[in-house]
Design a protein around this ligand. Structure first.
Ligand code: MSP
Length: 541
C-alpha cells in the first residue's frame, strides 16, 4: 500500500515537472587533450563547473559532475612517439598528473572519464554499430585538403581571403582516402529551428547567434567519422570495419553519454541496443543540464553533437554554456613563448581560494579574459586580505577580547543586508552568473566593514554603559561572518570551511538554507581567529 502511494506520488511529480524524481543535475566539462600539462584555461573551465556543481548541491539538488581526459587521436600518438613511449603508457602517465590537478583544484567531480577506458570504448562501439545499422553512415573516397595538426578536412571555403589556410591549421596536405561519413546535411533546418525555439540552449546569447549565423549562411558538410587505421591507429576501432578507427571528436563527445551508461542511466542505455549494463532506475543523468565548454569548440557541441544525439534518438542537453579564452598580460597563452600562467605555482604560493577567486571574479562566463599579475595581487590585497579577511579577523578577535569568545544575544541590524545578499546570490547561482554573485557577496563584506567603522566597537568597549550596544554590534558581525561562509562555500570552499571552524561550528557550510539570519545561538563559544589571507610582499604571483 505504502509502495503504491509512493508510486502514485512519484508519477504525479513526474507529470508535473516533466522529469523524474531521480534525475540528477548533470554537469560536464570539456575533456582535455592529454598531450601536455594543464594550464590556466583548463583550470578556469573546471573551476567554473565545480562552482556550479557545488552551488546546486548547496541549493539541495542531487548533482553529478563529470570531467576527464580525451586520450585518442593523432596529437597524442605523435606526442607519445616523440617521447619513445606507447600511447597508452604515455596517457597513463599524464592522466595521473591531470587527476592530481583535479584534486589540487578541489574539484568535486563524481567521476573522471578517460576515453581509453573499456567502459567508454565499448559504448562508443555500441553507438557506432547502432547508427551504422540505421543507415546513418556512408563510405566514400575523399580527395582534398587535410590539416594534420587539427585532424580535420578542409575545403576551399576554409581559405583566407588571400587563398592560404589559417596558420592555426598547421601544415595542410592534399589527401585521397576512403572514410565513413555521418549524414549531417539533412539536419541543418531542424537544428536552426531547434536553436530558434530554445533560446537558452546555447548561452550566452552572442554564442547562440554565432551558431545560428553559421548554420544560416553556409551549407553543412557531412562529418567524416573515421580515420584509416593504416594512417592513425590510436583510436577506437570501428566495430564493423577493422580498417578504420573512430574520429577523435566523435569518440570524445560520446563521453557525455558513455559515463551515464556505465552508471546505468536507462535513457542512454536504451539507445545503444546492447546488453552492456543493467539499467539502474535510481540513477538518471541524461539529458545533461549543462555542458561547460570554451568558445573554440562550440561548433562540435552546438552542431555535431545535437545531430549525433538526434540520430541516436536521445534528447539534447539542456544547455551549452560557453566561456571565453584567457590571455596573459594581453597576449596569447603559449608554451613556446613562455607566456603561461602555471596554476599549480600560483596555488602553491597564494592558496587555492585566491586562485579560484581571481578567475571567477575577474571574468564573467562568456567574454575573453586577461590575467595580469598586478591585477591578481590587487584583488588579493583589496578584496581578500583587506575585505573579507579583515572583516572575519577583526569580528572574531573582538568577540574573543571583549566577550571571551561567547556569542551575545541575537540582534538583527545587518539581517536585511545579509538577506539581500543571500537572495541575490541564490537567484544569480540559478542563472550561473558566478561573477555577479561574487559582487553581491562582496556587497555584504563591504557593508559589514563599514558597519565596524560606523559603530566603532573598540570605542564602545571602553565604556561600560555601552555594553549592550557592544553585544548588538558583535552579534551582527559574527552572524554576518557565518552567513558569508555559507554564501562563499561554492566559490571558496577552504575559506568558507575555515570561517566555520573559527566560529566554532562543526561541519561544512554547504547548505544554502543555512544562510538565514540568526543561526548563531547566544552563548555559543567561537574557536580561534587566524588570518584567512596572510599579507604577501612577494612581487610575483
Ligand atoms: N579534447 C577537446 C575537447 C573534447 S570535449 C568532448 C579539447 N581539449 S583542449 O584540451 O584543447 O581544451 C579543453 C578545454 O579547455 C576547452 O573547452 C577549451 O576551450 C579550454 N581552453 C583551452 N585553452 C584555453 C584558454 N586559454 N582559456 C580558456 N579556456 C581554454 O578541446
Amino acid at each position: 500500500m505504502r509502495d503504491l502511494r509512493h508510486r502514485i506520488a512519484k508519477a504525479a511529480f513526474v507529470r508535473h515537472t516533466g522529469g523524474s524524481m531521480n534525475k540528477r543535475f548533470f554537469i560536464t566539462t570539456a575533456i582535455d587533450y592529454v598531450n601536455g600539462q594543464p594550464h590556466l584555461g583548463h583550470a578556469y573551465e573546471k573551476i567554473v563547473a565545480d562552482v556550479i556543481a557545488r552551488s546546486r548541491r548547496s541549493l539541495g539538488q542531487e548533482v553529478f559532475f563529470l570531467t576527464g581526459l580525451d586520450e585518442h587521436g593523432q596529437k597524442v600518438q605523435q606526442a607519445a612517439i616523440a617521447e619513445g613511449k606507447t600511447p597508452q603508457a604515455y596517457c597513463d602517465q599524464l592522466a595521473a598528473d591531470w587527476k592530481a590537478f583535479a584534486k589540487k583544484l578541489e574539484l568535486t567531480n563524481d567521476d573522471f572519464v578517460r576515453t581509453t577506458e573499456p567502459r567508454h570504448k565499448e559504448f562508443v562501439q555500441a553507438i557506432l554499430a547502432r547508427l551504422h545499422a540505421a543507415g546513418q553512415f556512408y563510405k566514400e573516397t575523399y580527395k582534398g585538403f587535410y590539416s594534420t595538426k587539427e585532424e580535420t578536412f578542409l575545403t576551399d571555403k576554409d581559405r583566407l581571403p588571400d587563398g592560404t589556410f589559417d596558420p592555426a591549421y598547421g601544415e595542410v596536405i592534399e589527401l585521397e582516402e576512403s572514410n565513413y561519413w555521418f549524414k549531417l546535411r539533412a539536419q541543418q533546418q531542424w537544428l536552426i529551428d531547434y536553436l530558434e525555439a530554445n533560446p537558452t540552449f546555447v548561452q550566452p546569447d552572442y554564442r547562440r547567434n554565432e551558431v545560428l549565423g553559421f548554420l544560416k549562411n553556409s551549407t553543412l558538410e557531412d562529418l567524416c567519422i573515421t580515420r584509416p587505421a593504416a594512417r592513425l591507429n590510436w583510436g577506437i576501432p570501428l566495430p564493423f570495419d577493422k580498417d578504420f578507427v573512430t574520429y577523435v571528436w566523435f569518440d570524445a563527445l560520446v563521453n557525455y553519454i558513455s559515463i551515464p551508461a556505465a552508471h546505468g542511466d536507462a535513457t542512454v542505455l536504451a539507445t545503444s541496443n546492447s546488453e552492456l549494463r543493467t539499467p539502474n532506475s535510481e540513477f538518471e543523468l541524461w539529458p545533461a543540464d549543462i555542458h561547460v565548454i570554451g568558445k573554440d569548440i562550440l561548433k562540435f557541441h552546438a552542431v555535431f553533437w545535437p545531430i549525433m544525439l538526434k540520430a541516436m534518438g536521445l534528447p539534447l542537453p539542456k544547455q551549452i554554456l560557453v566561456h571565453g579564452w584567457w590571455q596573459k598580460e594581453g597576449a596569447k597563452i603559449s608554451k613556446s613563448t613562455g607566456n603561461i600562467v602555471d596554476p599549480i605555482a600560483v596555488i602553491d604560493e597564494w592558496g587555492l581560494d585566491a586562485f579560484r577567486f581571481y578567475v571567477l571574479r575577474e571574468l564573467d562566463i562568456g567574454p575573453d579574459g586577461n590575467w595580469t599579475d598586478a591585477g591578481f595581487r590587487a584583488r588579493y590585497q583589496a578584496e581578500l586580505a583587506n575585505g573579507l579577511g579583515n572583516l572575519v579577523n577583526r569580528s572574531l578577535s573582538m568577540l574573543k577580547r571583549y566577550r571571551n569568545g561567547l556569542v551575545p544575544a541575537k540582534h538583527d541590524e545587518l539581517a536585511a543586508a545579509a538577506a539581500k545578499a543571500a537572495d541575490e546570490t541564490h537567484a544569480l547561482l540559478k542563472l550561473n552568473q558566478l561573477q555577479a554573485a561574487l559582487q553581491s557577496i562582496w556587497g555584504l563584506v563591504t557593508r559589514a566593514n563599514q558597519y565596524v567603522d560606523q559603530t566603532r566597537p573598540f570605542s564602545l568597549a571602553k565604556d561600560p554603559a555601552q555594553a549592550k550596544r557592544l553585544d548588538e554590534v558583535l552579534y551582527n558581525l559574527v552572524e554576518t561572518c557565518r552567513v558569508l561562509a555559507v554564501l562563499l562555500w561554492p566559490f571558496l570552499p577552504d575559506t568558507a570551511t575555515k570561517i566555520y571552524a573559527q566560529l566554532g561550528l562543526t561541519g561544512t557550510p554547504d547548505k544554502f538554507s543555512e544562510a538565514t539570519w540568526g543561526g548563531l545561538p547566544p552563548g555559543h563559544p567561537i574557536g580561534e581567529p587566524a588570518p584567512l589571507f596572510p599579507r604577501k610582499d612577494s612581487p610575483q604571483p
